[in-house]
Design a protein around this ligand. Structure first.
Ligand SMILES: [Zn+2]
Ligand SMILES: [Zn+2]
Length: 258
């Protein structure tokens, strides 16, 4: 019987092999992290120290912040932008560079609604979270950065909530899908400059009425798929601080590295 089931297992693998989520080539070894083949995994890399302690921006050897602050310890480094401009969140961290196969997965999930790409992103996010030295129990709530109702209707899901659900170490009561909402349909951030993004989003985020009055002293973690200028995260953090939150952290799957 054992031989027979092994035979059928091998035949099934031959006839219906696991395929790369992106390019569909057969993965005879079952595939690596996120179900990607080696070619599609190229360019996927975790962001490691030295990072700006405030916004999580990678600080490379020639970065002016690193040159200017070479005497500071690695856990005190600030990028030039955060040095000049204080932020509302306590710190932001991104797990991966927005590049290579990960960038392609994000596009497929968000703009082509390719659900297997979403599952792959959840796998990457969960794996990245396991490598963070983080006290997950400190968070009163872990919530997604909200998307507009229009976009929610178009897509049918909030990709950031899918990421919150994939964090393996959270208690059920910490996950909160409706902590924040967009006050109005704002234009897409995608084609705006940094300054325009900030003006566009500031004031468009509000804390849902169910939570106003109950967040005094709360510590919140906000989750999103992509960190670009940080304008949306700033607006969310400010809305939460305005109603009494003590600290807001931001965690994103990836960020641009240029
Ligand atoms: Zn592939
Ligand atoms: Zn920074």
């Amino acid at each position: 019987m054992v031989i027979q089931s092994e035979y059928w297992g091998a035949l099934r693998t031959l006839l219906f092999p696991v395929r790369c989520v992106m390019c569909r080539v057969p993965l005879w070894d079952g595939g690596g992290l996120g179900g990607l083949c080696p070619d599609c995994r190229q360019g996927v890399f975790r962001l490691e120290s030295p990072l700006c302690v405030s916004c999580g921006r990678p600080l490379y050897e020639l970065d002016e912040a690193l040159v200017a602050q070479v005497s500071r310890a690695a856990d005190e480094l600030l990028c030039w932008r955060c040095e000049k401009q204080p932020v509302y969140f306590r710190h932001a961290r991104s797990l991966y560079a927005y590049a290579g196969g990960l960038r392609e997965l994000v596009h497929r999930y968000k703009y082509q609604l390719h659900l297997p790409a979403g599952v792959a992103l959840q796998t990457f996010f969960a794996e990245g979270c396991m490598h963070l030295e983080r006290d997950w129990g400190q968070y009163t709530y872990v919530a997604p950065i909200p998307v507009s109702n229009k976009r929610l209707r178009m897509r049918g899901f909030n990709q950031s909530w899918a990421l919150v659900e994939s964090i393996p170490t959270l208690c059920f009561h910490q996950r909160e899908p409706a902590l924040l909402r967009r006050r109005e349909d704002t234009p897409s951030q995608a084609l705006l400059s940094a300054q325009e993004r900030f003006e566009n989003i500031l004031g468009a985020i509000e804390v849902c009425s169910d939570f106003v009055g109950s967040l005094e002293g709360a510590t919140i973690l906000l989750v999103d798929d992509l960190f670009t200028t940080g304008a949306t995260a700033q607006a969310c953090a400010r809305a939460l601080c305005d109603v009494g939150a003590q600290a807001v952290d931001v965690l994103t799957l990836c960020r641009g590295i240029l």
